[in-house]
Write a protein that binds this ligand. Structure first.
Ligand code: 3SK
Length: 520
């Protein structure tokens, strides 16, 4: 359990403390060929924080930071938090209409945006009710009549004391991309942010000052915010940022910056494997000690293939935007069983409850996962949702899990990914993991498709790997492979080939879109 003093500012803990304690010359951020030390980071944060104050940004104000994975994204979030504001990082793929909804819902006072992403902000601007200042960063020569980030920072005072915030003051707001409905703002306090590092990172990864975190989850994704902002800075380590990371860019950064902990989602690791199946000959990746995977369940196939080609474990974990980071995982030095997600992260309790009655279930029985710990589900201005997502102080993220006899939690599906066919409960992701093992399959998503006789049947959308197998023959092979691996009723009665799968900004498969398409 973590105990934080009542008055604490997360930026004092993540940046100022390192400078005070003599680590100012350590590298905090690697980006392209630049190295930004903790002292330099502190100065940039201070200058931007003072500039925001001069513009009238007050403690408690929400401020949007809209950037690709660049150093200004980190500086902006930290500057906002240091003056007591609430950072609202925004996904770069969001369009004007989506931005408009989020910014108005959050009643944001200002927007800091990278010039390459300005267009959608400008398109939304006429409909933004509360935004008083737009600050534009970047040197791409984009014409605008907003404040210039560089000019503001150059003119501002480099000294700034962290605002005297309380541990329960809001510091971060992340909108859930959600697969249905309007996005909701998940809210997090100064101590929630620290708790992700002092729980999951400290116990499962054991980082030291010598670690270099890197990878490609976007910073506005809670998973990316933890892996690429909170964790490196909490431990006085470094982060390597890569904009728009292809497998080659990522491996190049591993070599150039000496990344030790590489974070991605399963698709990211599969893309690396596809391009460099036997490990890369042209890059030296010997610095790597661990890979982190979340966002989608990691299949044993990807785990094994990555381990044999790259020699490192991929630590799977489950978290949510609302819980801020991972609450079930293995530990880097534990016995990793890739067919399970792992154990509750220290500080969290997890249990399985009956979806209908809410009663606790026994080990071995699958049901809804309930979680309790130092972070919890809470939304901005949505007290109505609170009852839906919590029960007696437990958060209910909406996942079906089983706790095995050995204590490990094994993911089954989202509660809405359960396919019910002829009375059988079939978790789509379980079938996906098996289909993915077939050599001719590159990606797969499984959903329920309506059926007169069975209620629903299992349907697989398959992106083929490059090979010559005849389509009908391949369908038969996939079906037989599932029948031979799982209970035969789980086999996909329907298989459709497609060019690509629909995904959210964070790379999750939009099964809802496929499901709705089937039910239309
Ligand atoms: O999707 C996940 O597993 C996840 C992990 C960490 C933080 C946030 C999310 C959504």
């Amino acid at each position: 359990e973590q105990h934080y003093p009542k008055r604490i500012n997360v930026v004092d803990e993540l940046v100022d403390r390192h400078v005070r304690e003599g680590r100012g010359d350590n590298v905090a951020i690697y980006f392209e060929d630049r190295e930004i030390t903790y002292s330099e980071l502190q100065e940039q944060v201070n200058r931007l924080g003072n500039a925001l104050k001069d513009l009238g940004v007050e403690p408690g104000d929400r401020v949007v930071a809209r950037f690709p994975n660049r150093p200004e994204a980190i500086v902006s979030c930290l500057a906002i938090q240091k003056i007591g504001g609430v950072a609202l990082p925004s996904m770069k793929l969001l369009r004007a209409k989506e931005l408009e909804y989020i910014i108005n819902n959050a009643e944001a006072a200002a927007v800091i945006v990278y010039d390459g992403l300005l267009e959608e902000v400008d398109n939304a601007l006429p409909n933004l009710d509360t935004v008083e200042n737009v600050i534009v960063a970047g040197r791409n020569g984009v014409d605008h009549d907003h404040h210039s980030y560089d000019d503001l920072v150059d003119a501002a005072d480099p000294e700034l004391e962290a605002h005297d915030t309380e541990r329960d003051d809001l510091a971060l707001m992340l909108y859930t991309s959600g697969t249905t409905g309007r996005p909701k703002g998940a809210i997090h306090t100064h101590q929630n942010i620290l708790a992700t590092a002092d729980g999951y990172a400290r116990y499962c990864l054991e980082p030291t000052e010598d670690d270099v975190f890197g990878g490609n989850p976007p910073l506005p994704f809670a998973y990316g915010y933890g892996d690429l902002v909170t964790f490196p800075l909490r431990f006085g380590a470094s982060v390597s940022l890569v904009e728009d990371a292809s497998p080659g860019d990522l491996l190049d950064a591993v070599e150039a910056h000496g990344i030790t902990i590489l974070a991605s989602i399963p698709t990211g690791f599969n893309q690396i494997l596809e391009q460099y199946p036997d490990g890369p000959e042209e890059y030296d990746v010997s610095s790597l000690r661990l890979g982190l995977s979340a966002g989608e369940p990691l299949t044993p196939t990807t785990y094994e293939n990555f381990k044999s080609a790259y020699g490192i474990d991929l630590l799977d974990g489950i978290g949510t935007t609302e819980m801020l980071h991972i609450f079930i995982s293995h530990r880097h030095d534990g016995e990793i069983d890739p067919s399970a997600t792992g154990f509750p992260v220290p500080g969290y309790e997890c249990k399985i409850i009956d979806p209908d009655t809410g009663e606790d279930l026994e080990r071995g029985e699958s049901g809804l996962l309930a979680v309790r710990g130092p972070t919890g589900m809470e939304y901005w201005n949505r007290p109505d949702k609170q009852e839906e997502v919590t029960q007696d102080g437990w958060s209910i993220p909406g996942d079906i899990f089983v706790q095995r006899e050995d204590g490990r939690f094994e993911y089954k599906s989202r509660s809405d990914d359960l396919i019910i066919s002829s009375g059988y409960n079939i978790p789509g992701p379980e079938v996906e993991a098996v289909i993915e093992e077939h050599d001719s399959v590159s990606e797969v998503a499984v959903v329920g498709s309506p059926d007169e006789q069975r209620g629903e049947i299992v349907k697989a959308f398959v992106v083929r790997a490059e090979d010559e197998t005849d389509e009908d023959e391949l369908i038969g092979e996939i079906q037989n492979h599932v029948k031979n691996t799982l209970a035969p009723y789980k086999y996909p009665r329907s298989v459709e080939f497609c060019e690509s799968l629909p995904r959210t900004d964070t790379g999750k498969i939009r099964r809802t879109e496929l499901r709705e398409q089937e039910h239309a």
